[in-house]
Structures are given as structure tokens and as C-alpha cells.
Design a protein around this ligand. Structure first.
Ligand code: ADP
Ligand code: MG
Length: 154
């Protein structure tokens, strides 16, 4: 992942993180695999919450830390939100049958993808969030043509 970021933006508060996720919702199309990078509390789940609300999901968006994955059937695709933080070893990917959730109709957003080792499918886009000056720095990088297309409206 040596590509320089396609989008870099300072997010001063939680509302800005929600809005950044929301902004992407309009140009998302399946299939797509997104890695969400950043420390605990960086805002990864907040970003997904903003995206889901803008995509028309009206319910609560819980962190999948314990469930491993939360799935949201939406108009046009199913969004799967993973959090691999609690993986003790990458093999848990296979034990949990997570490959079955990837495919033509799926948008998969994955927190702590490195915990899945070689089992985690490669990303079309990486969304990185980092603490900066009381807010967050958002950096978005496309790795594939599919990923680049998804960022066109951004
Ligand atoms: P993660 O999923 O990365 O562990 P969460 O989204 O669960 O992080 O939590 C992020 C925390 O940081 C929340 O308390 C949220 O209100 C806060 N937060 C999110 N975005 C920003 C921001 N741009 N500036 C300041 N605080 C933020
Ligand atoms: Mg989270």
C-alpha cells in the first residue's frame, strides 16, 4: 500500500466523520471491499454509521466487535460491517465462514483487516482515520479500478 491518498481531509468532530461516510454512500456499488484502518476510537464505526444512515438504514448501527459482523440489506446491495479486533488467530476467518459474505452483491467494510492475515480478501479501497489535533485525519486510497470508480464522486 504505497499509493498516496486520493482523498485527505481533516474532520474536526464526530459530525464531520458521519458526513464523510454519508458522502460516500451515493457512489457506492457492489462488489466492493473496504479496509477501515485506525486505532481504537479513531472513528471507523462512526464512519460506517454515517454511511449506513445515508444509504437509507434507519436502525441502530452497533459495533460488530463481539458479533464479528453485522449485515445490512439495503437497496441494491448488502453491506457487511466486520470487526476482526477480537480474532485470536487468522484461522478464525475460516472457522466463521466469512468468505461466504463476499460476492457480487456485497459491500464489505472491515475493521482490523490485518487480524485476518491472508484470509482477508484484498481491498479495493482503504479508509484510514488517525487522531489529529482533537479531531481526525481521513485518508482514502483506492487500490483497484473498482475502488477508483467508487471514489469519483468524492
Ligand atoms: P473505532 O470504530 O475506530 O474504534 P468509534 O467510531 O467507535 O471508533 O469511536 C470513535 C469515537 O471518536 C467516538 O466517541 C466518536 O464520537 C469520536 N469521533 C469520531 N469522529 C471524530 C472526529 N472527527 N473528531 C473527534 N471525535 C470523533
Ligand atoms: Mg469500531
Amino acid at each position: 500500500m504505497t499509493d498516496s491518498a486520493d482523498v485527505s481531509r481533516f474532520l474536526p468532530d464526530e459530525e464531520a466523520t458521519l458526513a464523510a461516510g454519508a458522502r460516500w454512500a451515493a457512489s457506492l456499488a457492489a462488489p466492493l471491499v473496504v479496509y477501515l484502518q485506525g486505532d481504537l476510537g479513531a472513528g471507523k464505526t462512526t464512519f460506517v454509521r454515517g454511511l449506513l444512515r445515508a444509504a437509507g438504514y434507519g436502525g441502530a448501527v452497533k459495533s460488530p466487535t463481539y458479533a464479528l459482523v453485522e449485515s445490512y440489506p439495503l437497496a441494491g446491495f448488502t453491506l457487511h460491517h466486520f470487526d476482526l479486533y477480537r480474532f485470536a488467530s487468522p484461522e478464525e476467518w475460516e472457522d466463521a465462514g466469512l468468505d461466504d459474505l463476499f460476492g457480487a452483491g456485497s459491500i464489505c467494510l472491515i475493521e482490523w483487516p490485518q487480524q485476518g492475515g491472508g484470509f482477508t480478501p484484498p481491498a479495493d479501497v482503504t479508509v484510514a482515520l488517525a487522531h489529529e489535533a482533537g479531531g481526525r485525519r481521513l485518508s482514502v486510497t483506492a487500490h483497484t479500478e473498482t475502488g477508483r470508480k467508487s471514489l469519483e464522486a468524492w
